[in-house]
Design a protein around this ligand. Structure first.
Ligand code: ADP
Ligand code: MG
Length: 417
């Protein structure tokens, strides 16, 4: 007998809440879409396209709007016989150099059997190949460089928009659309790059709670079965989303998390309580990610704080964290950092919201000092520290909270640290 069975109580199409889902229509954004559309008008006229620079924080619809408009542009271009339009979309996440972008673009135009390797050619050669591919493609070519702020150098952002002016292209008309999550990226561009890339600039502002309600409502009508959402669920997700960052992706994630929890609990409706639980779960995920992104010494410092907390020793001053941190470093076969560097780790942990920090006055002598404590549940921290525990050993204070196979106990003679 099988153990899996389809359930359709909550979701009609869960995928509609995922990031890669392309909605039929964009909600709101009328003004931005009008500006964007106007900037693309030269393309349909068969004129040299303007280069466009689109910016705004993550999750504000930049990629979705671009896909939406370029899909329409490609479709509408078909009615003009003298218009030969190609569109290439490249996400620069994971690409750091103009060189890598150029090789990826060359490969976008080539077929499977003719791909070039992403290393080993002189940069000028790769650019030559790119001009050749573009000339052979002909007509109008729109190149979208999404998340372009990942690039560490701007050579390609100068070369591509100026390819015709520099005599590298004769027949093909190119238009570049650069999309950035980071506004300061624009400020850091050299003036000559800025003036060629940013012929048209379009800003996508963060969403407010009303925008997010509409976006979530549209998506929910596809994703969920009828009548499973309690009335307050979408407004609550939207309110959290607006409070956090005005990010539609984050709000959609929250809604999906609530749906998943309702499904797991075999509820037939989704309630605000599921939203709260979903928010906790997402927060846990973020914290765990934050902890696992720390360096080894960050982990050792955190392990020290955790055990001091469980022993009721927190809030604790940095100099009182030090003996345990030093001991843990030695047990892990690492050289302990000097006090100053250890304090830097304490500050980083505090900045990430993993530990708490309180300023205290020294009393009459007038100086101040800081005290640290654990800001999260010990279980959460412990589950993110399992590798460190294995490396250092199991401290007495966590003995009854871990499985024995997670590591050796620290020998008790050493435990008075
Ligand atoms: P960005 O590229 O700015 O980081 P996205 O375009 O990827 O953001 O949008 C994030 C998510 O929110 C996507 O799933 C997208 O479909 C959805 N979204 C954003 N804005 C809208 C909107 N105005 N209408 C409908 N869905 C939207
Ligand atoms: Mg995007």
């Amino acid at each position: 007998m099988g153990i899996f069975e389809r359930d359709t109580n909550i979701y009609a199409d869960r995928d509609a809440l995922r990031e890669d889902y392309q909605p039929q229509e964009l909600v709101g954004r009328t003004e931005e879409l009008n500006t964007y559309q106007a900037s693309l008008q030269p393309v349909i006229n068969g004129e040299q396209p303007d280069n466009i620079f689109l910016y705004g924080k993550t999750g504000v619809g930049k990629t979705a709007a671009t896909r939406f408009l370029l899909d329409h542009l490609s479709e509408d271009a078909q009615q003009y016989e003298d218009l030969d339009l190609s569109v290439v979309m490249l996400n620069c996440d994971g690409l750091t150099s103009s060189y890598q972008v150029a090789t990826r673009l060359v490969n976008e135009f080539r077929d499977e059997t003719n791909q070039i390797s992403t290393t080993g050619y002189p940069r000028a050669t790769v650019y030559e190949m790119l001009w050749t591919e573009l000339e052979e493609t002909g007509g109008t070519v729109i190149i979208v460089l999404d998340e372009v702020d990942h690039l560490k150098d701007d050579s390609i952002l100068y070369q591509l928009p100026r390819a015709r002016a520099n005599g590298n292209l004769e027949d093909t008309k190119t238009g570049i659309i650069g999309i950035s999550n980071d506004f300061s990226f624009r400020e850091e561009l050299s003036p000559k790059v800025r003036s060629s890339l940013c012929e048209q600039e379009i800003h996508f502002p963060a969403y407010d709670a009303n925008d997010l309600r509409d976006i979530l409502g549209q998506r929910a009508s596809v994703a969920f079965q009828e009548d499973v959402l309690e009335d307050d669920v979408i407004p609550l997700c939207a309110a959290y989303g607006a409070k956090d960052a005005g990010d539609a992706r984050q709000s959609l994630d929250l809604l999906m998390s609530a749906g998943d929890i309702a499904r797991k609990r075999e509820s037939t409706i989704i309630t605000t309580e599921h939203v709260e639980a979903g928010r906790n779960e997402l927060e846990r995920g973020r914290i765990q990610e934050g902890i696992s992104g720390l360096t080894e010494h960050g982990h050792l410092v955190l392990y020290a704080i955790l055990t001091l907390d469980l022993e009721g020793e927190t809030p604790v001053r940095s100099r009182d964290v030090r003996p345990r941190y030093t001991r843990f470093s030695e047990l892990a076969n690492r050289d302990p950092l000097v006090p100053r560097r250890m304090r830097d780790h304490l500050s980083e942990l505090a900045m990430l919201g993993i530990i708490s920090v309180t300023e205290r006055n020294e009393g009459r002598r007038g100086g101040t000092y800081r005290e640290y404590g654990l800001d999260l549940s010990p279980e959460l921290v412990l589950s993110a520290l399992d590798e460190t525990v294995e490396l250092v050993g199991i401290h007495d204070s966590i003995m009854d909270r871990v499985d024995v196979d997670e590591g050796q106990p620290i020998r008790s003679t050493l435990d008075d640290y």
